[in-house]
Ligand binder design. Sequence first.
Ligand code: PEP
Length: 253
Amino acid sequence: MRKNIVAGNWKMNKDHSEGARLTEEILGGLKERDVSCEVILFPAFTTLPSVIDAVKGSDLSVGAQNLYSEGEGAFTGEISAGMLKNLGCKYVLIGHSERRHIFGEDSAFLSKKLRIALDNGILPLFCVGELLEQREAGKAGEVVEKQLRDVLNGLDGDEMSSVTIAYEPVWAIGTGKTATASDAANMHLLIRGVIENIFGSKISQRIVIVYGGSVNPANAAELLSAPDIDGALVGGAALIADSFLEIIYASGR
Ligand code: PEP
């Protein structure tokens, strides 16, 4: 059985001391309940060291929200996979819709990022999702399939086994709108089918596919109990310990 993942993407929120405090609060809540899913925190770069320090000795995992596609060199302002690995990052977000749509990151660039993450032993959480107009035009499946194939086609089966997928419909991120559990589950099924088509069913059954897009304590239980939804990537609701903990508690496995 696949384990669930519940991840908090803090985006450009929480400085190093606020991040350490939030982490302590989350750790406090996790001690009170038996939690079987993996919990990952994605703080901003400057908050990473204090969060990594705070999670030492616990089961909490930490990831970076971004990385650069090259190993080192004259890339002012960028952060490399090696730097993140040496700091203690286990995961990295790649392909988040804010990177795709605000910063114009395309599949060719995302493929390079995925490659350098894997080459440095960092586990990618690769995000895909359609725009509202694409969904309304009946093209959601086609868009998501292309986003997957463009980037995952370059991997071998072992590499794919290190990747987690997040389905995040762009229209649901930070908007308070969520996909219905059945729409999300259908897309997760499609995603698993694409992975099966490229890598075979053994690998596709192992891949964790989480849902993201305005997940909150009120809708988490329904979304997380849907077939093929293996957890959640949470933005806004991950900034408050109690609401993030409620979502974690709602994750059955
Ligand atoms: C996200 O940033 O990945 C996200 C899903 O945000 P929110 O939960 O705020 O919609």
